[in-house]
Design a binder for this molecule. Structure first.
Ligand code: PHE
Length: 339
C-alpha cells in the first residue's frame, strides 16, 4: 500500500495535459468519486492500526499533490487557449491615429459640392487618352503648339496615346455619349511636361465644367462663376473677366477674383494688382459641338476649367506646389481642422 501511494506521488509531479479532454481524463482517473485517491481512502479501513498514521499522512500528501498539479495544468491550458483564439496580435495598438483628407481632396469636394447645388452632376474620363479627345475634338489645329513635345507626354510606341494635358477631354467624352441638356463637372488629374519647381509640376488637378442646352448665354456663364467665387471665397468676392483665347471656346475669357489674401488692396500674392486669375472659360465653339455629334444650330453651351492647386493655394496659402505630392505628414496634418 505504501509503495502504491509513493508511486502515485511521483506520478503526480509528471502529469501532462495538452487539451481539455486530456485534463478531464486525468481528473476521472485520479480525483473523481471512483478515482485512485478515493480508492485509497476506501482501502484505508484495512490498514493495520500501527501503520494508519503513516499511511494517512501519505494519502493526504498524494491527494494534495494531485489536486495542485491538476489546478496548474488547468491554468496553463486556459492561457495558451487565449493566446491563440481571443487575442489579435496583428491589431494596431491604441490609440489609433486617424488620417486627414488631402488638401486637394478637401477643395475638390468643396468645388463639386458648390456646383452640384447648381444642378451639375459628376463625370470623368481616362487620364491616358488619345489625341482626338484631348486635341482633335477640342478644335486644336493640327499644328497647334500645345501638341508639341514640350507640353505633352506622348507614349513613345503609340504616338496617338498621351497623358491628358487638360480635363477638357472629358467634355468630348460626355458629348459623345449624351445629348443635351448636359450639365457636368469633371475633376481629375492632368499632366504636362514641365520642370518641377515651387510654381510648376508635371502633374496637377483641374475641374472642368460644361453646360449645353438651348438658349445658353454668356450671362449664364458669368452668373454661375460669380456664384461659385462667392461660395468658395466669401460673399464680398468680386470677379472680372478678361478676353482670352482657347481653341475650344469662342468667345473666351480668363476670370480673376479680387485677391482673397489682401481683400483687393494689393499684396505680394496678387503682385499688388488686387486680382488673381483662377480659371479659363468661354462659349463652346460650334466646331466642338459639331465634332462631338451635337447640332450647333440647335444648341449652345459654355465651358470653364480651373486648376485645383491654384484654388487651394488661394484658400490655404500653400506657397510650394511640391508639398501637395510629398505626403509629408506635418503638412497634411495642418488640414486636420478643415476635414
Ligand atoms: N482647358 C483649359 C486649360 O487647361 C481651361 C479651359 C477649360 C478653358 C474650359 C476654357 C474652357 O487651361
Amino acid at each position: 500500500m505504501i509503495e502504491k501511494i509513493k508511486h502515485l506521488l511521483s506520478e503526480a509531479e509528471n502529469l501532462q495535459a495538452h487539451n481539455a479532454e486530456e485534463l478531464e481524463s486525468l481528473r476521472l482517473k485520479y480525483l473523481s468519486k471512483k478515482g485512485l485517491v478515493n480508492q485509497l481512502m476506501a482501502d484505508f479501513r484495512n490498514v493495520p492500526a500501527e501503520q494508519k498514521r503513516e499511511v494517512g499522512i501519505l494519502i493526504n500528501r498524494a491527494k494534495d499533490a494531485l489536486t495542485a498539479r491538476f489546478a496548474d495544468l488547468k491554468a496553463a491550458l486556459a492561457t495558451t487557449d487565449d493566446d491563440h483564439s481571443d487575442l489579435d496580435l496583428t491589431r494596431t495598438p491604441y490609440p489609433i491615429r486617424l488620417g486627414t483628407r488631402h488638401p486637394l481632396s478637401i477643395v475638390t469636394h468643396e468645388i463639386v459640392d458648390i456646383f452640384s447645388r447648381m444642378g451639375f452632376t459628376l463625370a470623368d474620363g481616362p487620364e491616358v487618352e488619345d489625341d482626338w479627345h484631348v486635341f482633335g475634338a477640342m478644335n486644336f489645329a493640327e499644328d497647334h503648339p500645345a501638341r508639341d513635345m514640350q507640353d505633352t507626354f506622348f507614349i513613345e510606341s503609340h504616338p496617338d496615346v498621351l497623358l491628358r494635358t487638360h480635363t477638357s477631354s472629358v467634355q468630348s467624352r460626355v458629348m459623345e455619349q449624351n445629348q443635351p441638356p448636359i450639365r457636368v463637372i469633371c475633376p481629375g488629374r492632368v499632366y504636362r511636361n514641365e520642370a518641377i519647381s515651387a510654381r510648376a509640376h508635371c502633374f496637377f488637378h483641374q475641374v472642368e465644367g460644361l453646360y449645353i442646352d438651348r438658349d445658353v448665354s454668356f450671362t449664364d456663364l458669368k452668373q454661375v462663376l460669380l456664384t461659385f467665387a462667392r461660395e468658395m471665397f466669401g460673399p464680398d468676392t468680386r470677379i472680372r473677366l478678361r478676353p482670352s483665347y482657347f481653341p475650344f471656346t469662342e468667345p473666351s475669357a480668363e476670370m480673376d477674383i479680387s485677391c482673397n489674401i489682401c481683400g483687393g488692396e494689393g499684396c505680394a500674392f496678387c503682385k499688388h494688382t488686387g486680382w488673381v486669375e483662377i480659371l479659363g472659360c468661354g462659349m463652346v465653339d460650334p466646331n466642338v459641338l459639331e465634332a462631338n455629334g451635337i447640332d450647333p444650330n440647335v444648341y449652345k453651351g459654355y465651358a470653364f476649367g480651373m486648376g485645383i492647386e491654384r484654388i487651394t493655394n488661394l484658400k490655404y496659402q500653400v506657397k510650394d506646389l511640391r508639398l501637395f505630392s510629398e505626403n509629408d505628414v506635418r503638412f497634411l496634418e495642418e488640414f486636420m481642422a478643415a476635414n
